[in-house]
Write a protein that binds this ligand. Structure first.
Ligand code: FAD
Length: 453
């Protein structure tokens, strides 16, 4: 019997699941109300990294004098930036749509909801259609969290969705929230020439990260003139014609041209009528899932941000793949469960930051014996050749077996280099496996081999 598989939401989780299930023989319907590629392509990963790459090019241009070249000045062209973002999003959209079509996935542009445990309804500009299914995936993603004191207006009080790209480059941006999204905003706006103030609710930016890693970023921010307001929580935003005033709970006040909210996200669940299907949610409105991404209704899965696991595009996509395999009955044979603790992640700041697996501070908190080895990038000739020897590589391993448990990288191309440590963590490799790999010379990866010694 052909499995009828309905996917609601076409972001990384949904489009990966749809393509993979179709390849495995399912009859797949993908329902998406905006674009396939999802928020990840429309507002989040792709626009943000495109803008950050442009900001990086400006920083690079400023340092060309150190590489024996005449210094050039790069002026920001907001219209050109928008065209670049739109062009990349459109190319990716064409390629994903083509892939889905090639697998004969039926794509419907509309908003879906459940009418029962085996039926979804989709509302399109042409009316409604009921779609029966044997298996379904909820991959509706999330949206920015709006605190009760802030009314974003898309003009001066902005969410992430108004910023990539921004309509104008703010003269002075006050960023509220110092997690991954917040610090990436700081970096982007500072690179594009804005004055930036960051409100940090704790005493460290990136409170969930290794303190040494966070400190390296703070040093860079301070060098670039970013004002850090530590230990403060914003609790009011007032806007006038051409200014915003942000007040913090400790009485401090910041006046700026724009305020940017970067304080997390909430799941897109309200429109889905999950009660009709019997799908249970947790207290935050996320779908409760097991290690196969099954909800409380076993043939209805959830993947991506709405599943309340790690809000990363990479995680969403691999969850989508696992869901497709499970829905097609493949997990009755041997397979590897997803281990969210082994997900690599990166922060696209300057210096770039990436980590995977067990962190040093986490190991100490657990009272676990570890071996930590760390080398600065300056040990790698390539870092000097690149004119950027900032940062370090840190590897956490088991002192008895040498098995690599985790690592952090701060520095240029950290997001690419972390793949080596991520592979080692997932495959259970030992530090010696990295040391004895025949790596390229000169390359930044030589710092990884040194750190693994
Ligand atoms: C500013 C920012 C930058 C980020 N950068 C990165 C990064 O560099 N790397 C990374 O790994 N992660 C990044 N993330 C996180 C990443 O964007 C998310 O984890 C990822 O988008 C989640 O994918 P998803 O498939 O769950 O959902 P989404 O990408 O959110 O897609 C969900 C889709 O479902 C659709 N939908 C919702 N409800 C319905 C409905 N009822 N009917 C039909 N369609 C519906 C929506 O229109 C949307 O297109 C970033 C996040 C932000 C906010």
């Amino acid at each position: 019997m052909t499995v009828r598989f309905v996917v609601i939401g076409g972001g990384p989780a949904g489009n990966t699941a749809a393509t993979h299930a179709a390849r495995l023989g399912a009859r797949v319907t993908l329902i998406e109300r905006d674009i396939v590629g999802g928020a990840a392509h429309l507002w989040d990963c792709i626009p943000s990294k495109t803008m950050i790459a442009t900001g990086g090019a400006i920083s690079f241009a400023r340092r060309l004098g150190e590489m024996g070249l005449e210094t050039v000045t790069a002026e920001v062209d907001p219209a050109g930036l928008k065209d670049r973002v739109d062009g990349i999003v459109s190319r990716l959209n064409t390629s994903i749509t083509g892939l889905l079509e090639s697998q004969r996935v039926r794509m419907i542009r509309g908003t879906a909801s459940f009418v029962g445990p085996n039926e979804a309804e989709v509302t399109t500009v042409d009316g409604t259609e009921v779609i029966p299914f044997d298996a379904a995936l909820i991959s509706t993603g999330s949206r920015p969290r709006i605190p009760p004191f802030a009314g974003p207006d898309g003009d001066r009080v902005l969410t992430t969705r108004d910023c990539y790209p921004p309509k104008v480059i703010p003269e002075h941006a006050v960023i509220i929230g110092s997690g991954v999204t917040g610090v990436e905003f700081v970096h982007m706006f500072a690179s594009l020439g804005s004055k930036v103030t960051l409100i940090v609710s704790r005493q460290q930016v990136l409170p969930a990260k290794d303190p040494e890693v966070a400190a390296a970023l703070e040093v860079n921010f301070l060098e670039r003139g970013v004002a850090l307001l530590k230990g403060a929580r914003a609790n009011a935003i007032e806007r006038t014609e051409d200014e915003v005033t942000v007040t913090c709970d400790d009485g401090r006040v910041v006046r700026a041209s724009h305020a940017v909210l970067a304080i997390g996200s909430v799941p897109n669940i309200e429109d889905l009528n999950v009660e009709a299907a019997g799908v249970e949610l947790d207290g935050g409105g996320y779908v409760t899932i097991n290690h196969h991404c099954q909800s409380s209704v076993p043939h209805i899965y959830a993947a991506g941000d709405v599943s309340g696991k790690l809000p990363l595009s990479s995680v969403a996509a691999i969850q989508g793949r696992k869901v497709a395999e499970h829905a097609m009955g493949l997990h009755t044979v041997e397979h590897r469960h997803l281990d969210y603790d082994k997900a690599a992640s990166a922060i696209f700041t300057e210096p770039e930051i990436a980590d995977v697996g067990l962190a040093e501070a986490e190991a100490f908190a657990l009272g676990r014996k570890i071996r930590v080895t760390k080398v600065p990038f300056s040990v790698a000739p390539k870092a000097l050749i690149n004119n950027d020897a900032r940062g370090f590589v840190k590897i956490v391993s088991d002192p008895m077996t040498g098995v690599v448990l985790g690592g952090s990288i701060v520095g240029r191309h950290a997001a690419e280099l972390i793949s080596v440590i991520a592979l080692a963590v997932t495959a259970g490799l030992r530090v010696n496996d990295i040391v004895e790999s025949l790596l390229v010379h000169p390359s930044l990866s030589e710092a990884l081999a040194e750190a693994a010694e």
